[in-house]
Write a protein that binds this ligand. Structure first.
Ligand code: UD1
Length: 456
């Protein structure tokens, strides 16, 4: 990436957000959230559609020449980057402000996902399976490491090779070719979410039957199955560890409503908990939130049904310490670990947090310490000694969920917290400051104006 083109004004190479605004020192400097702590949140907040469900579906749309429409698409930076990728491939994309995204891949002009776009978003590798299936070739930049660890893609590559794709890596790109992919039995060493989705998508247009064993069971995979079946695919078993895909010759169009974002919902639940607030989180699927709900209840937070698709969350005066370990679904989600760590920083007692999904996902601990948190990290374990109070400080969002955790800590802290590089947060939260503001939080975005207004 050129020195003068950097995402959203963040430090070069620090951001994966996808806004290629020419950077001028002192003009479009980093965006930040400024949070004045101490407000108890109350009211109702609506949850947006799931980012992690939308991204693979957008990639899957290249497999059909007909119109595919997604409803409930959140206006996020990652969605915006995926839209740019699709448009460069020749897909016609239309965005309606009600959250409907229309995509039609009548013909593909190219099968190359250019480096400047694929480096901004790891999810660009979702194009591998669909492009191999539709066009028999793909060229995509190898995704680099990221703030939460090295994140290899060996399971994606091995799965696609098992289906008959010929892959090679040269000069940082992966080149793939296939005539028609063939159905196969595939056993994943680890239930990787992305590998399960990539293989599922490739197998949809393959000849014969593919069975994925030890598949990931996340709700976003069930939603992808429903979307693909809406296009005419024959996929069963998503949500269990065995997924069966019977290949079809072609796919048609469909209209699909995206599931609500369980991580945004969990983050809002912690926002209520950490401020001792009383918030109704609306438009959720409570079963998707069971692991988070169970942990919050252990910590003394009240979570009760408040109507269809609604949970009422009431925070205690002070949470209780509780241990937890991240695991693939239905275990506790790694994407909620930083936010619940922020809550544990204020708990009575000491909690032990074990991260088993990603190697290096405790960077937020350094930032939380600046706010007075007492956290010791050793390998994949963090020991958090709860303090009665946190203090506002200048902190940096190193990745999406860490950024959210720092905002949550700021809501509960004494004084003012400035969370720098909030472009990371915009990758996965739609108007976070507006949603929290609607619950009574005092939070403002400052820095270069207008960079999120045109999304996606
Ligand atoms: C997805 C989510 C991400 C979430 C993660 C785990 C999307 C767009 N992102 O990421 O928000 O944090 O699931 O719930 O849906 N691994 C390998 N080889 C591979 C693939 C993965 O070793 O080929 C490892 C990873 O390094 C990681 C673990 O498996 O340690 C889990 O990764 P995976 O489930 O693939 O996560 P993602 O699909 O990248």
């Amino acid at each position: 990436m050129s020195g003068l083109v950097r995402p959203c004004g963040a430090r070069p190479a620090a951001c994966g957000c996808g806004d290629l605004t020419p950077w001028q020192p002192g003009v479009n400097d980093v965006e930040r959230f400024v949070v004045w702590g101490g407000q108890r949140l109350s009211g109702t907040v609506s949850i947006s559609g799931s980012k992690n469900a939308v991204l693979p579906m957008m990639a899957a749309a290249v497999m059909s020449p007909e119109l595919c429409a997604l409803k409930g698409v959140p206006a996020l930076r990652d969605v915006s980057v995926m839209r740019q990728i699709l448009e460069r491939l020749g897909v016609e994309v239309g965005w309606h402000p009600d959250g409907t995204l229309e995509m039609q891949a009548r013909e593909l002009g190219t099968c190359e996902v250019r480096e400047e776009l694929s480096r901004q978003m790891r999810s660009s590798i979702f194009l591998m399976g669909p492009l191999l299936a539709r066009a028999g070739k793909v060229k995509v930049a190898y995704p680099g490491g990221c703030a939460i660890g090295p994140r290899p893609i060996d399971l994606h590559l091995r799965g696609l090779e098992a289906l008959g794709a010929r892959l090679r890596e040269r000069h940082g790109y992966i080149y793939g070719e296939a005539t028609r992919l063939r159905g196969q039995e595939i056993h994943l060493d680890f239930p990787s979410v992305g590998a399960t989705e990539n293989i599922m998508m490739a197998a949809v247009l393959a000849r014969g039957v593919t069975v994925i064993r030890n598949a990931a069971k996340e709700p976003e995979i069930v939603d992808l199955q429903n979307f693909l079946n809406g296009m005419g695919a024959r996929v069963t078993g998503a949500g269990t560890d065995v997924i069966r895909i019977e290949g079809v010759r072609e796919l048609g169009g469909c209209v699909h409503q995206v599931i609500p974002d369980r991580i945004e919902a969990g983050t809002m639940m912690v926002a209520a908990a950490v401020t001792g607030g009383d918030v109704v989180v609306s438009g959720v699927i409570p079963e998707h939130l069971e692991a988070v709900t169970a942990k919050l209840k252990e910590a003394g937070v009240s979570v009760t049904p408040a109507g269809p698709g609604q949970l009422r969350v009431q925070g205690p005066e002070r949470p209780r310490a509780t241990d937890f370990k991240t695991l693939p679904y239905p275990g506790f989600p790694t994407d909620m670990q930083p936010q619940v760590m922020a809550l544990m920083c204020l708990a009575e007692g000491t909690s032990v947090i074990t991260e088993t999904v990603f190697e290096n996902r405790f960077k937020h601990a350094d930032e939380l310490r600046r706010m007075g948190a007492q956290i010791k990290v050793e390998g994949r374990t963090a020991v958090v000694k709860g303090s009665p109070v946190l203090f506002g400080a200048l902190v940096e969002a190193t990745d999406l969920r860490s950024g959210a955790a720092l905002v949550l800590a700021g809501l509960a802290a004494e004084g003012v917290t400035t969370v720098e590089d909030c472009c990371h947060i915009d990758r996965g939260y739609e108007r976070l400051e507006a949603k929290l503001g609607g619950l009574g939080a005092r939070i403002e975005r400052s820095g270069p104006a207008g960079s999120v207004s045109a999304l996606p």
